[in-house]
Design a protein around this ligand. Structure first.
Ligand SMILES: [Zn+2]
Length: 147
């Protein structure tokens, strides 16, 4: 199977059968992220214990890229320290903006690296970064997201 096709299937799978879609009971942080240029709208919910993201869910609607991206992100950040999740967000956004990304970074981004091609689709960049940007915003400015 060609790599590009594999990547497309990863994105499709997360879009059709997301692991983290729904509403969480008693989240610690909740923030809405909106990308008006495409109509993507997500409500991101995180539970934080002792600086570690112990659970995460999202709800909302939007294009396949925005929905798959946030689902893949949650796969990766649940169980991580807040600062590691923010660091990973920086790497992801760098990749999507077309900055040089090392093999080690791609490996660390795991399935999210499937969205690397979005760097050649300027109209979809905001779709791909919506979840990550919302997560970074709520961790860096928890006063906006306190529940
Ligand atoms: Zn979109």
């Amino acid at each position: 199977m060609e790599l590009k096709q594999l990547y497309r299937e990863i994105v499709n799978e997360h879009n059709l059968r997301p692991s983290h879609k729904g509403d969480m009971e008693h989240p610690d942080l909740v923030l809405e992220g909106v990308n008006p240029s495409c109509g993507d709208d997500i409500n991101l919910q995180l539970r934080i214990e002792n600086g570690i993201i112990t659970d995460g869910m999202f709800n909302g609607s939007g294009c396949a890229i925005s929905q798959a991206s946030v689902d893949m992100m949650l796969d990766q950040i649940i169980g991580q320290k807040q600062e590691d999740a923010v660091r990973l967000a920086g790497k992801f956004m760098g990749m999507i903006k077309g900055e040089p990304t090392s093999e080690a970074d791609l490996e660390e981004l795991d399935e999210s690296a499937a969205l690397q091609d979005v760097s050649h689709m300027p109209a979809r960049v905001k779709c791909a970064v919506l979840g990550w940007h919302t997560m970074q915003e709520m961790l860096e400015h928890p006063e906006k997201a306190q529940h």
